[in-house]
Design a protein around this ligand. Sequence first.
Ligand code: LLP
Length: 386
Amino acid sequence: MKYPIDKFQSLRTPFYYYDTELLDETLQAVKAQLQPNWHMHYAVKANTNPKVLRHIVEAGFGADCVSGGEIQACLDAGFPANKIVFAGVGKSDWEIELGLMAGIFCFNVESVPELEVINELAQQHGKIAPVALRINPNVGAHTHDNISTGRAEDKFGIAWESAYDVIEHCKQLSHIECIGLHFHIGSQILEMDDFATLALRINELQEMLETYGIHLQNINVGGGLGIDYEDPDGHPIADFKSYFETFRRYLQMRKGQQLHFELGRAIVAQCGTLVSRVLYVKEATLKKFTIIDAGMTDLIRPALYDAYHRIENITSSEQSQNTYDVVGPICESSDVFVRNYTMPTTRRGDLLAIRSTGAYGEIMASQYNCRTLPASYTSQELCCQE
Ligand code: LLP
């Protein structure tokens, strides 16, 4: 990725930098794969920065939200309410009311008690709530345990075996309209077989429901497509072709059915970089530490999931190499971006680019240690700034 380094030099670090040209290219790559009855609801939990959302709205995508705050951010960013879906195991009453009043496309419902509360609130407000039942497909995905969601032991969704009963239960609820089924098996999934397995499970369920004469208008397969954290420049755009092709091949759609997707990471991860400055290089007994001004408060993924993010020194022309632990300033031993990492010899003042941080980066930042939240700039802003 090319960086406007002169512009970077005058900015206070750390900050997030978004390459909006790459974001637009990625959005076009997704659009090119969508069939007329397919709908993309960008999973806004990955990145809610208004500068990023603006591009996604312009691409014509809908949004997948998991809180009232996200719904509000999407409405403010200009997403049409009727393209917003609202998921989550613990929706508060005010969040449900916000969705009802805004007229969102549907609530992805995760339990019977939730269904009953939505029915009650819809009745109070004189609305009919459109819902899709989130069914736990009991499919294990090849990904980190903390981001796998579709196994029977995970907290998400309605048990596979109860799907029919819950659809029937919806019919008893006067202010609920069941318009579809929703699934999601996990995140950072690179094995297309996992999505194929999901598609086959959905076929199974649809066949079973059909024997009871049940036809639902919408199928939502969630998100989860992974990206290449090792080689972001080699694969700046995720393998959308294989991903969509998998559903095209394996998922049997019924006549008139609409297919919905909720990709987050694959849309925004590669366009984002966390830019940080080297504060000190410390030579300890056993290792060398590159201590930078970004910490786990700015990017928690390495500490929380052992996630790898490529790190590049973007200002050094140093030929010699050294091996470092790259660490942040936070008072926690887990505030480590990478261990035993070989890169050009690093000095105080160098700028480091922490790559592929457009998804679950800025949005997961915290103020622990009374840190200020990182600023953000887009390539568009910096190229036009004098
Ligand atoms: N739909 C549902 C119901 C989800 O729970 C998620 C992500 C998505 C869609 C979007 O998944 P994606 O396409 O982004 O993989 N903070 C973690 C990831 C948590 C994902 C939670 N759910 C990380 O930094 O890796």
